[in-house]
Ligand binder design. Structure first.
Ligand SMILES: Cc1cc2nc3c(=O)[nH]c(=O)nc-3n(C[C@H](O)[C@H](O)[C@H](O)COP(=O)(O)OP(=O)(O)OC[C@H]3O[C@@H](n4cnc5c(N)ncnc54)[C@H](O)[C@@H]3O)c2cc1C
Length: 465
């Protein structure tokens, strides 16, 4: 079977790229190894309840009708309407450190007021920083000499404020420890503090269903349980993909959302190593426990949409030496959005950094299950420095580890934010094989869709990104 484009992976970037190409009558087929779509942001049902895999919030939210920003651009390019994603804005979020906390919401004025309250001498610098961020077009500030931290230090002098502002930015998208490259910083800073958070009432399944339905309606194909085992190539061009069951498919172009290292491993034959920087695997990953409660978190004293908590004045964003970094994490609740009706289930989810090797190398299933329960309980306990005790209200729990991420997405080391070396132009050593999604550089739900669309525009439709 021959296609114009084969897309490896039906996560958000692959799905968005597929829809974009199908709008231009390209013969396109998505190949997904798993039985369900969504990749890092999928959904499942467990013991009678619906769950998102990892959804804290859709970042980069813009209110209905906004003209600028990545979300309106995605909707225009996919020819979808604002109501298709059914987004409701967050209530408010908080960054909590031992002696100081800052609240923020989709109204940028709240964070400014909080900085004026807690760090009055930093307010001017913060305003100038915001001016700089807003005057830099999305994804354009390539400057290897500057990072997120160095930029903050240009405008702010209080190390505590720098630490606090860095925390959500790192947690929501940095593939490198402690800091983040400038382009990524600007994208994530804006998505968290200027645009803000939202969630579909139905969770991520709503967005995935819209994309899959639109793809099908336009004649695009989606094959699940269709893992790509190899990408055959000759004379610098990909010639075919071979599926796990041995099926061979050919295409003029291939777009891969599997990751840069993961895609390079599929090449058959494996190319001779060349001088210069090649793909590198990331190390950073997460452990997440969900607690289903017998009443809404807000009634238990947890009103925040997301709570970024640190037990120490300096936040340590790195692969921890212990199995999980219990002192710091993100607690969030799907209940705490401004819906037009209450959610049926009451849930909090706690996400912390995890040591990928520990979780990948458990000697047997029983030990793995026991370790999961042990660290879940430790994480719940550690969060109580920042929120009231919710534990006697737990009616069910579920936990995933880096091992789960590897199993369901194939990302090396269970790395959620992929390789620290991004491929911003999406090119690979093969002239007709391109990357989209996490390792192209755009992260998160909106970022991944944006990446799929812009790589399709640039490399497969012959237009600007
Ligand atoms: C715990 C967690 C919480 C998160 N929270 C949020 C959040 O609150 N808000 C937000 O905006 N973002 C969040 N993210 C990040 C967001 O989910 C990702 O950035 C985004 O979904 C990445 O999409 P992608 O298309 O680039 O990659 P992926 O989702 O990884 O998609 C790649 C797909 O390719 C498939 N694949 C890989 N190899 C092959 C192969 N050889 N053959 C066939 N198929 C293959 C995989 O199965 C996968 O489905 C979270 C992620 C996690 C894990």
């Amino acid at each position: 079977m021959h296609y114009d484009t084969l897309i490896i992976g039906a996560g958000l970037s692959g799905l968005a790229a597929g829809v974009r190409l199908a709008h231009f009558n390209r013969r396109v087929c998505l190949l997904e190894r798993h039985s369900s779509i969504g990749g890092l942001n999928s959904f499942y049902r467990l013991r009678g309840r619906n769950h998102d895999v990892g959804l804290h919030a859709v970042t980069n939210y813009n209110p209905t009708g906004s003209k600028s920003g990545p979300l309106p651009r995605i909707l225009r390019q996919l020819r979808l309407s604002w109501s298709d994603f059914g987004l409701f804005p967050q209530t408010a979020s908080r960054i909590s450190f031992p002696d100081v906390s800052l609240r923020f919401s989709n109204d940028p004025g709240l964070l400014e007021a909080e900085i004026a309250r807690a760090f009055p001498d930093q307010l001017d610098g913060f305003r100038r920083l915001v001016e700089f961020v807003e005057s830099t077009p999305w994804g354009t500030a390539f400057d290897p000499q500057r990072t997120g931290r160095s930029l903050l230090a240009e405008y702010l002098s209080d190390p505590q404020l720098i630490e606090m502002l860095m925390y959500p930015v790192l947690f929501y998208g940095s593939a490198s420890p402690h800091d983040v490259e400038l382009t990524q910083f600007l994208i994530i800073f804006r998505s968290v503090y200027r645009d803000g958070f939202a969630r579909p009432f139905e969770g991520v399944r709503r967005i995935l269903a819209v994309l899959a339905k639109t793809l099908k309606h336009l004649g695009g194909e989606l094959k699940v349980r269709a893992g790509v085992r190899a990408i055959e190539h000759t004379a610098g061009r990909a010639t075919a993909v071979v599926l796990d069951d041995g099926t061979r498919l050919t295409a003029d172009t291939i777009l891969s959302s599997a990751g840069s290292v993961e895609t390079a491993r599929l090449l058959e034959p494996q190319p001779e190593p060349v001088a210069g920087p090649g793909p590198v695997a990331g190390e950073l990953t997460f452990f997440e426990s969900i607690a289903m409660l017998d009443q809404p978190p807000a009634t238990l004293g947890i009103p925040e949409t997301t709570l970024f908590y640190s037990g120490t004045p300096r936040y340590h964003y790195a692969n921890p030496s212990e199995p999980c970094h219990v002192d710091s994490g993100v607690l969030c609740s799907p209940n705490n959005f401004a819906y037009d009706r209450p959610l049926e289930e009451s849930t909090v989810r706690l996400t912390v950094m995890a040591n990928n090797r520990f979780w990948m190398n458990q000697p047997d299933e029983a030990t793995y299950v026991a370790q999961k329960a042990l660290w879940r309980d430790r994480i719940f306990a550690a969060s109580l420095k920042h929120v009231p005790d919710f534990r006697q209200h737990i009616v069910d729990t579920d936990t995933f580890t880096p091992r789960t991420i590897v199993k369901y997405t194939g990302h090396v080391n269970g790395c959620v934010y992929g390789s620290p070396r991004k491929s911003w132009d999406g090119t690979t050593p093969l002239s007709n094989l391109f990357l989209c999604g996490t390792d192209q550089g755009m992260l998160g739900i909106v970022g991944a869709m944006f990446s799929g669309i812009s790589m399709a525009n640039r490399h497969l439709l012959g237009g600007p990104a």
